[in-house]
Design a protein around this ligand. Structure first.
Ligand code: FES
Length: 238
């Protein structure tokens, strides 16, 4: 599909997504460039029971690993309905992000690998974090953002991860969520992925953490969700 054709498809998908989230997901599967379907993975609490939307506190940030065992994601409840948005790329093109999920359409998820130089949360520290409304970013003087303190990139979780400020050259990769029968699932990614580079650059660290590259790359079908503060010893905010 050429670029113009792709954008037309985005527009068509956008219109459809307003009517039906499930139609949005099945339509996106046909796209090769921006949406990538992975294993459908259920989001779980630490006790192994399904994570429910009401378990996600709007004043906190959460982490889970998807679509690979070693690829971190930020989960957040923005506390209000988050409508679909057109996400701008640096070349001026856009793609449609489907917005929040859950009964209030307020829950969003993004890959927590920074598109600038791939800072990501480790058990030692987390430079890239969600700032709920009650925690202000010193850069943009407001909450409700995802910010990477490695080199001060700021992203908008209510606009598909679009760059608000800083050196990041592209939006965060969105994790596409589905809300079904009271349960939350991750079903794929939307936007440009960094996984190949991530596995390449951080191979030695990931081997240490996961014992082998094969285990780090394993695709998951369930994801334990925990607060970032429980996962990383130090949460760096700026
Ligand atoms: S790695 Fe995140 S801003 Fe540079």
């Amino acid at each position: 599909m050429d670029r113009r054709g792709f954008i037309k498809t985005c527009t068509a998908v956008a219109a459809a997504s307003l009517a039906s989230p499930s139609f949005f997901i099945s339509s996106l599967r046909a796209q090769e460039v921006e949406f990538k379907a992975y294993k459908k993975a259920i989001l779980l609490k630490k006790d192994g029971t399904p994570l429910r939307p009401e378990d996600i506190d709007p004043g906190k940030q959460y982490i889970f690993f998807y679509p690979h065992r070693a690829t971190p994601c930020i989960l957040a409840n923005l506390g209000k309905e988050v409508p679909p948005a057109d996400v701008k790329l640096s070349d001026g093109t856009t793609y449609r992000w489907p917005g929040g999920v859950g009964p209030k359409k307020s829950i969003v998820a993004y890959c927590a690998i920074c598109p600038h130089q791939m800072s990501y949360p480790t058990p030692e520290y987390s430079f890239i974090n969600y700032y709920p409304e009650n925690i202000l970013s010193k850069i943009v003087k407001r909450g409700g953002v995802i910010q990477c303190c490695a080199h001060l990139s700021v992203f908008d979780p209510a606009k598909g991860g679009e760059v608000i400020d800083g050196p990041a050259p592209q939006p965060l990769t969105a994790i596409v969520l589905k809300y079904e029968g009271g349960k939350l699932y991750a079903v794929g990614t939307l936007g440009k992925e960094l996984y190949e580079d991530f596995f390449d650059v951080f191979k030695p660290d990931l081997r240490k953490l996961y014992k082998s590259s094969r285990k780090a790359k394993k695709l998951v079908d369930k994801c334990e969700v925990v607060e970032v503060e429980e996962y990383a010893k130090e949460v760096i905010r700026c």
